[in-house]
Design a protein around this ligand. Structure first.
Ligand SMILES: Nc1nc2c([nH]c(=O)n2[C@H]2C[C@H](O)[C@@H](COP(=O)(O)OP(=O)(O)OP(=O)(O)O)O2)c(=O)[nH]1
Length: 134
């Protein structure tokens, strides 16, 4: 059966850099880099899901921009991930890793230094083409 997984990812911007987070061992897509976020729960908007996920994963409060940055679907062996990314800004706190094993703040042009989850490539390419984020 085709399993659809609806996921939101945050392009968290601070001082022209983007927060990139590395997935841990024992998970799907282990050690690949991603945008912090996760699955939308029933009854939640995309923005609400991102606010909740970033609170849980990084212990921060964020503002989520209303417009979608990029939307893609990627068929993994475990299911079809529909990933929607949004630009976010830090409102309160400093990111602390509670789930990821590493994080890096990178400029858009540096994003290809990391090995990203396949579903993230369109967002990464769009950010790299923009060159500057603020
Ligand atoms: N948060 C996030 N997930 C992503 C990205 N790209 C991508 O393919 N994914 C996938 C990984 C997971 O299969 C799913 C998000 O699930 P999740 O973050 O809520 O849950 P999880 O890490 O516990 O995942 P899992 O072990 O249950 O698969 O979407 C991304 O940029 N951010």
């Amino acid at each position: 059966m085709l399993k659809e997984i609806t996921v939101v990812g945050a392009i968290l911007i601070e001082n022209g850099k983007i927060l990139c987070a590395q997935r841990g061992e024992g998970k799907s897509l282990a050690y690949l880099w991603e945008f912090p976020g996760g699955k939308i729960e029933s009854g939640e908007s995309s923005q609400e899901a991102l606010i909740r996920e970033l609170q849980e994963e990084l212990l921060i409060e964020v503002d989520v921009q209303p417009d979608v940055f990029e939307q893609t679907s990627y068929q993994y062996d475990f299911g079809l991930v529909q990933l929607t990314t949004f630009i976010c800004f830090l409102k309160k706190g400093t990111p602390q890793l509670t789930e990821h094993i590493a994080a890096e703040w990178l400029e858009p042009k540096e994003l290809n230094q990391l090995e990203w989850a396949p579903a993230d490539i369109p967002t990464v390419e769009k950010l790299m083409e923009m060159g500057i984020v603020e």
